[in-house]
Design a protein around this ligand. Structure first.
Ligand code: MRU
Length: 344
Protein backbone atom coordinates (compact mmCIF):
# COMPACT_ATOMS: atom_id res chain seq x y z
CA UNK A 1 0.00 0.00 0.00
CA UNK A 2 1.77 3.12 -1.25
CA UNK A 3 0.27 6.40 0.01
CA UNK A 4 2.66 8.49 -2.14
CA UNK A 5 4.42 7.66 -5.39
CA UNK A 6 5.81 9.36 -8.46
CA UNK A 7 4.07 8.44 -11.70
CA UNK A 8 3.76 10.05 -15.14
CA UNK A 9 5.49 13.26 -14.13
CA UNK A 10 3.34 13.84 -11.03
CA UNK A 11 3.36 13.05 -7.32
CA UNK A 12 0.35 10.87 -6.52
CA UNK A 13 -1.15 10.92 -3.04
CA UNK A 14 -3.84 8.75 -1.52
CA UNK A 15 -6.05 11.25 0.32
CA UNK A 16 -5.84 10.11 3.95
CA UNK A 17 -8.49 12.56 5.09
CA UNK A 18 -11.09 10.56 3.13
CA UNK A 19 -10.11 7.08 4.31
CA UNK A 20 -11.48 4.57 5.07
CA UNK A 21 -14.71 5.25 3.18
CA UNK A 22 -13.23 6.74 -0.02
CA UNK A 23 -9.98 5.83 -1.78
CA UNK A 24 -9.13 8.96 -3.79
CA UNK A 25 -5.74 9.63 -5.39
CA UNK A 26 -4.69 13.22 -6.14
CA UNK A 27 -1.96 14.29 -8.59
CA UNK A 28 0.45 17.12 -7.73
CA UNK A 29 3.11 18.99 -9.71
CA UNK A 30 3.11 22.33 -7.83
CA UNK A 31 5.29 22.51 -4.71
CA UNK A 32 2.84 24.95 -3.04
CA UNK A 33 0.03 22.42 -3.39
CA UNK A 34 2.32 19.68 -2.09
CA UNK A 35 3.07 21.85 0.96
CA UNK A 36 -0.65 22.46 1.42
CA UNK A 37 -1.34 18.70 1.24
CA UNK A 38 1.07 18.21 4.17
CA UNK A 39 -0.66 20.98 6.17
CA UNK A 40 -4.11 19.51 5.45
CA UNK A 41 -2.85 16.00 6.36
CA UNK A 42 -3.82 14.53 3.01
CA UNK A 43 -0.44 12.93 3.59
CA UNK A 44 0.73 12.44 7.17
CA UNK A 45 3.08 10.33 9.27
CA UNK A 46 6.69 11.38 9.80
CA UNK A 47 8.47 9.35 7.09
CA UNK A 48 5.71 9.96 4.51
CA UNK A 49 5.91 13.70 5.15
CA UNK A 50 9.69 13.53 4.57
CA UNK A 51 9.32 11.69 1.25
CA UNK A 52 6.58 14.09 0.14
CA UNK A 53 8.67 17.15 1.00
CA UNK A 54 11.61 15.71 -0.97
CA UNK A 55 9.41 15.48 -4.07
CA UNK A 56 8.10 18.97 -3.25
CA UNK A 57 11.65 20.32 -3.56
CA UNK A 58 12.06 18.50 -6.87
CA UNK A 59 8.81 19.94 -8.28
CA UNK A 60 9.91 23.41 -7.15
CA UNK A 61 13.10 22.92 -9.18
CA UNK A 62 11.07 21.81 -12.20
CA UNK A 63 9.18 25.10 -12.02
CA UNK A 64 12.31 27.28 -11.91
CA UNK A 65 14.89 25.24 -13.85
CA UNK A 66 14.68 27.44 -16.97
CA UNK A 67 15.37 30.63 -15.02
CA UNK A 68 18.85 32.21 -14.73
CA UNK A 69 20.98 30.42 -12.10
CA UNK A 70 20.72 33.25 -9.57
CA UNK A 71 16.90 33.29 -9.76
CA UNK A 72 16.84 29.49 -9.57
CA UNK A 73 18.91 29.36 -6.35
CA UNK A 74 16.86 32.13 -4.73
CA UNK A 75 13.60 30.45 -5.70
CA UNK A 76 14.83 27.12 -4.32
CA UNK A 77 15.41 28.79 -0.92
CA UNK A 78 11.75 29.83 -0.96
CA UNK A 79 10.65 26.33 -2.02
CA UNK A 80 12.58 24.74 0.86
CA UNK A 81 11.28 27.31 3.37
CA UNK A 82 7.67 26.79 2.24
CA UNK A 83 7.98 23.03 2.77
CA UNK A 84 9.79 23.40 6.11
CA UNK A 85 6.97 25.65 7.39
CA UNK A 86 4.23 23.03 6.92
CA UNK A 87 4.39 21.04 10.18
CA UNK A 88 6.86 21.55 13.03
CA UNK A 89 7.18 18.28 14.97
CA UNK A 90 8.18 15.43 12.63
CA UNK A 91 11.93 15.80 12.06
CA UNK A 92 11.84 13.68 8.87
CA UNK A 93 10.43 16.73 7.07
CA UNK A 94 13.49 18.85 7.93
CA UNK A 95 15.84 15.91 7.39
CA UNK A 96 14.50 15.36 3.85
CA UNK A 97 14.45 19.05 2.88
CA UNK A 98 18.00 19.48 4.25
CA UNK A 99 19.14 16.48 2.25
CA UNK A 100 17.62 17.96 -0.94
CA UNK A 101 19.11 21.39 -0.16
CA UNK A 102 22.47 19.63 0.28
CA UNK A 103 22.23 18.33 -3.31
CA UNK A 104 21.62 21.88 -4.55
CA UNK A 105 24.59 23.21 -2.57
CA UNK A 106 26.95 20.41 -3.56
CA UNK A 107 26.17 20.94 -7.25
CA UNK A 108 26.12 24.74 -7.34
CA UNK A 109 28.63 24.67 -10.22
CA UNK A 110 26.11 22.85 -12.45
CA UNK A 111 23.23 24.44 -14.35
CA UNK A 112 19.63 24.41 -12.95
CA UNK A 113 18.49 21.74 -15.42
CA UNK A 114 21.27 19.39 -14.31
CA UNK A 115 20.55 20.12 -10.64
CA UNK A 116 16.84 19.42 -11.17
CA UNK A 117 17.67 15.99 -12.62
CA UNK A 118 19.83 15.26 -9.57
CA UNK A 119 17.00 16.37 -7.26
CA UNK A 120 14.66 13.88 -8.91
CA UNK A 121 17.22 11.12 -8.31
CA UNK A 122 17.59 12.18 -4.66
CA UNK A 123 13.81 12.23 -4.04
CA UNK A 124 13.51 8.76 -5.62
CA UNK A 125 16.38 7.57 -3.42
CA UNK A 126 14.76 8.97 -0.24
CA UNK A 127 11.52 7.19 -1.18
CA UNK A 128 13.22 3.86 -1.97
CA UNK A 129 15.41 4.03 1.16
CA UNK A 130 12.34 4.64 3.31
CA UNK A 131 10.75 1.39 2.14
CA UNK A 132 14.02 -0.46 2.59
CA UNK A 133 14.44 0.93 6.14
CA UNK A 134 10.89 -0.08 7.07
CA UNK A 135 11.49 -3.65 5.92
CA UNK A 136 14.80 -3.90 7.79
CA UNK A 137 13.22 -2.43 10.93
CA UNK A 138 10.38 -4.87 10.55
CA UNK A 139 12.79 -7.80 10.59
CA UNK A 140 14.62 -6.50 13.69
CA UNK A 141 11.37 -5.74 15.47
CA UNK A 142 9.70 -9.04 14.61
CA UNK A 143 12.38 -10.83 16.63
CA UNK A 144 11.02 -9.08 19.75
CA UNK A 145 7.48 -10.32 19.16
CA UNK A 146 6.45 -13.72 20.52
CA UNK A 147 4.42 -16.28 18.63
CA UNK A 148 0.94 -15.37 19.93
CA UNK A 149 1.49 -11.80 21.11
CA UNK A 150 -1.22 -9.20 21.13
CA UNK A 151 0.25 -5.80 20.30
CA UNK A 152 -1.24 -2.43 21.17
CA UNK A 153 -0.49 0.42 18.79
CA UNK A 154 -1.43 4.09 18.82
CA UNK A 155 -2.06 6.40 15.86
CA UNK A 156 -0.99 5.10 12.45
CA UNK A 157 2.65 4.18 11.94
CA UNK A 158 1.86 1.95 9.02
CA UNK A 159 2.33 1.82 5.27
CA UNK A 160 0.16 4.93 5.12
CA UNK A 161 2.62 6.86 7.28
CA UNK A 162 5.66 5.88 5.20
CA UNK A 163 6.45 5.24 1.54
CA UNK A 164 5.25 1.66 2.17
CA UNK A 165 5.23 -1.15 4.79
CA UNK A 166 5.33 1.05 7.90
CA UNK A 167 7.43 1.42 11.04
CA UNK A 168 5.39 0.09 13.99
CA UNK A 169 3.08 -1.72 11.59
CA UNK A 170 6.17 -2.85 9.65
CA UNK A 171 7.11 -4.77 12.81
CA UNK A 172 3.58 -6.17 12.95
CA UNK A 173 3.68 -7.11 9.24
CA UNK A 174 7.10 -8.76 9.53
CA UNK A 175 5.97 -10.81 12.55
CA UNK A 176 2.82 -11.84 10.67
CA UNK A 177 4.79 -12.73 7.53
CA UNK A 178 7.12 -14.82 9.72
CA UNK A 179 4.10 -16.93 10.66
CA UNK A 180 3.57 -15.58 14.19
CA UNK A 181 -0.10 -15.70 15.13
CA UNK A 182 -0.20 -12.16 16.40
CA UNK A 183 -3.11 -9.78 16.74
CA UNK A 184 -3.33 -6.02 17.20
CA UNK A 185 -5.34 -3.65 19.35
CA UNK A 186 -5.57 -0.26 17.64
CA UNK A 187 -6.32 2.85 19.71
CA UNK A 188 -8.75 5.04 17.76
CA UNK A 189 -6.46 8.07 18.40
CA UNK A 190 -8.62 11.10 19.01
CA UNK A 191 -9.03 13.68 17.65
CA UNK A 192 -7.86 12.90 14.09
CA UNK A 193 -8.74 9.19 14.41
CA UNK A 194 -5.66 7.82 12.64
CA UNK A 195 -6.12 4.55 14.54
CA UNK A 196 -9.75 4.04 13.59
CA UNK A 197 -9.57 5.41 10.07
CA UNK A 198 -6.08 4.31 8.98
CA UNK A 199 -4.54 1.59 11.19
CA UNK A 200 -7.74 -0.46 11.33
CA UNK A 201 -8.16 0.08 7.57
CA UNK A 202 -4.71 -1.06 6.49
CA UNK A 203 -4.42 -4.04 8.86
CA UNK A 204 -7.95 -5.21 8.09
CA UNK A 205 -7.21 -4.91 4.36
CA UNK A 206 -4.08 -7.07 4.80
CA UNK A 207 -6.00 -9.69 6.80
CA UNK A 208 -4.00 -9.08 9.99
CA UNK A 209 -6.31 -9.51 13.02
CA UNK A 210 -7.08 -6.07 14.46
CA UNK A 211 -9.46 -4.95 17.19
CA UNK A 212 -10.33 -1.28 17.41
CA UNK A 213 -10.69 0.31 20.85
CA UNK A 214 -11.18 3.88 22.02
CA UNK A 215 -8.14 5.51 23.61
CA UNK A 216 -9.53 5.31 27.13
CA UNK A 217 -9.85 1.50 26.95
CA UNK A 218 -6.13 0.73 26.69
CA UNK A 219 -5.47 0.60 30.46
CA UNK A 220 -8.35 -1.77 31.07
CA UNK A 221 -7.19 -4.10 28.28
CA UNK A 222 -3.75 -4.19 29.90
CA UNK A 223 -5.22 -4.85 33.34
CA UNK A 224 -7.02 -7.89 31.93
CA UNK A 225 -3.77 -9.27 30.48
CA UNK A 226 -4.93 -8.75 26.90
CA UNK A 227 -1.84 -6.82 25.76
CA UNK A 228 1.65 -8.35 25.55
CA UNK A 229 3.53 -5.33 24.23
CA UNK A 230 3.09 -1.85 22.80
CA UNK A 231 4.67 -0.85 19.48
CA UNK A 232 4.36 2.75 18.29
CA UNK A 233 6.10 4.98 15.77
CA UNK A 234 7.77 8.34 16.38
CA UNK A 235 7.87 11.83 14.94
CA UNK A 236 11.12 12.91 16.56
CA UNK A 237 13.50 11.15 18.92
CA UNK A 238 15.96 13.20 20.95
CA UNK A 239 19.55 12.05 21.67
CA UNK A 240 18.52 10.94 25.15
CA UNK A 241 15.74 8.66 23.85
CA UNK A 242 12.76 10.93 24.59
CA UNK A 243 10.15 10.23 21.91
CA UNK A 244 7.66 12.66 20.38
CA UNK A 245 4.71 10.83 18.90
CA UNK A 246 0.97 11.28 18.45
CA UNK A 247 -0.87 12.77 21.42
CA UNK A 248 -1.85 9.97 23.79
CA UNK A 249 1.38 8.00 23.35
CA UNK A 250 2.71 9.36 26.65
CA UNK A 251 -0.37 8.08 28.50
CA UNK A 252 0.00 4.65 26.85
CA UNK A 253 3.65 4.53 27.94
CA UNK A 254 2.67 5.16 31.55
CA UNK A 255 -0.01 2.48 31.39
CA UNK A 256 2.48 0.01 29.90
CA UNK A 257 5.02 0.76 32.64
CA UNK A 258 2.39 0.36 35.36
CA UNK A 259 1.46 -3.06 33.99
CA UNK A 260 5.04 -4.25 33.29
CA UNK A 261 4.41 -4.40 29.53
CA UNK A 262 7.29 -3.70 27.08
CA UNK A 263 6.93 -0.39 25.24
CA UNK A 264 8.73 -0.40 21.87
CA UNK A 265 9.24 2.50 19.47
CA UNK A 266 9.92 1.69 15.80
CA UNK A 267 11.50 4.51 13.80
CA UNK A 268 14.16 4.95 11.12
CA UNK A 269 17.28 6.95 12.02
CA UNK A 270 15.84 9.79 9.87
CA UNK A 271 13.42 10.29 12.82
CA UNK A 272 16.29 10.82 15.27
CA UNK A 273 17.25 14.43 15.86
CA UNK A 274 20.91 14.00 16.75
CA UNK A 275 21.18 17.75 17.45
CA UNK A 276 18.47 17.71 20.11
CA UNK A 277 19.58 16.74 23.59
CA UNK A 278 16.21 16.09 25.18
CA UNK A 279 12.53 15.91 24.37
CA UNK A 280 11.97 19.14 26.31
CA UNK A 281 13.11 21.06 23.22
CA UNK A 282 10.71 19.42 20.76
CA UNK A 283 8.18 21.83 19.28
CA UNK A 284 4.68 20.41 19.62
CA UNK A 285 2.27 21.29 16.84
CA UNK A 286 -0.99 22.87 17.97
CA UNK A 287 -3.82 22.17 15.56
CA UNK A 288 -7.22 23.71 14.91
CA UNK A 289 -9.57 23.04 17.84
CA UNK A 290 -12.31 22.26 15.35
CA UNK A 291 -10.72 18.79 15.25
CA UNK A 292 -11.99 18.45 18.85
CA UNK A 293 -15.27 20.35 18.71
CA UNK A 294 -16.51 18.66 15.53
CA UNK A 295 -16.65 15.13 14.13
CA UNK A 296 -17.23 14.96 10.38
CA UNK A 297 -18.65 18.49 10.42
CA UNK A 298 -21.01 17.69 13.30
CA UNK A 299 -20.56 19.94 16.36
CA UNK A 300 -20.10 17.93 19.58
CA UNK A 301 -18.96 20.65 22.04
CA UNK A 302 -20.72 23.81 23.24
CA UNK A 303 -20.05 27.07 21.41
CA UNK A 304 -17.38 29.17 23.08
CA UNK A 305 -15.90 26.45 25.33
CA UNK A 306 -12.12 26.61 25.85
CA UNK A 307 -10.14 23.88 24.06
CA UNK A 308 -6.54 22.86 23.46
CA UNK A 309 -5.32 20.62 20.68
CA UNK A 310 -1.66 19.59 20.95
CA UNK A 311 -1.07 17.07 18.16
CA UNK A 312 1.88 15.29 19.82
CA UNK A 313 3.33 14.52 23.23
CA UNK A 314 6.73 13.42 24.45
CA UNK A 315 7.28 10.05 26.09
CA UNK A 316 10.27 10.16 28.46
CA UNK A 317 13.05 7.71 27.65
CA UNK A 318 12.55 6.01 31.02
CA UNK A 319 9.28 4.58 29.65
CA UNK A 320 10.81 3.21 26.45
CA UNK A 321 11.94 -0.43 26.58
CA UNK A 322 13.76 -0.30 23.23
CA UNK A 323 13.90 1.66 19.98
CA UNK A 324 13.79 -0.41 16.79
CA UNK A 325 15.74 1.23 13.94
CA UNK A 326 17.01 0.04 10.56
CA UNK A 327 20.45 -0.16 12.17
CA UNK A 328 19.29 -2.52 14.90
CA UNK A 329 17.47 -2.47 18.24
CA UNK A 330 18.71 0.21 20.63
CA UNK A 331 18.42 -0.24 24.41
CA UNK A 332 19.17 2.11 27.30
CA UNK A 333 21.34 3.96 28.11
CA UNK A 334 20.02 5.91 25.14
CA UNK A 335 22.23 8.95 25.67
CA UNK A 336 25.17 6.66 24.81
CA UNK A 337 23.57 4.21 22.40
CA UNK A 338 21.64 6.71 20.25
CA UNK A 339 24.64 8.95 19.40
CA UNK A 340 26.57 5.72 18.58
CA UNK A 341 24.07 5.10 15.75
CA UNK A 342 25.38 8.16 13.95
CA UNK A 343 28.79 6.53 13.53
CA UNK A 344 27.49 3.05 12.62
O1 MRU B 1 -0.28 13.84 12.85
P1 MRU B 1 0.23 12.63 12.14
O2 MRU B 1 -0.84 11.70 11.67
O3 MRU B 1 1.21 12.99 11.05
O4 MRU B 1 1.05 11.86 13.25
C1 MRU B 1 1.63 10.63 12.94
C2 MRU B 1 2.24 9.97 14.10
O5 MRU B 1 2.30 10.48 15.19
C3 MRU B 1 2.90 8.66 13.81
O6 MRU B 1 2.78 7.80 14.90
C4 MRU B 1 4.39 8.91 13.55
O7 MRU B 1 4.55 9.87 12.55
C5 MRU B 1 5.09 7.69 13.15
S1 MRU B 1 4.67 7.28 11.50
C6 MRU B 1 5.61 6.03 10.93
Amino acid sequence: MKPIYYEDGALKMLDQTLLPTQEVIHSYTDYREIAQAIVAMIVRGAPAIGVTAAYGVYFGAEEFKNQPAETFFKSMDTVCETLRATRPTAVNLFWAVDRMAGVIRANADKNPIQITALLKQEADAICAEDIEMCRTMGAYGAALIHKKDTILTHCNAGALATADYGTALGVVRAAWEAGKEISVYADETRPFLQGARLTAYELHKDGIPVTLITDNMAGWMMKQGKIDCVVVGADRIARNGDVANKIGTYSVSILAKAHGIPFYVAAPTSTIDFDMWSGDDIVIEERDCREISHIKGQQIAPDGVAMENPAFDVTPHQNVTAIITEKGVVYPPYDINIPALQES
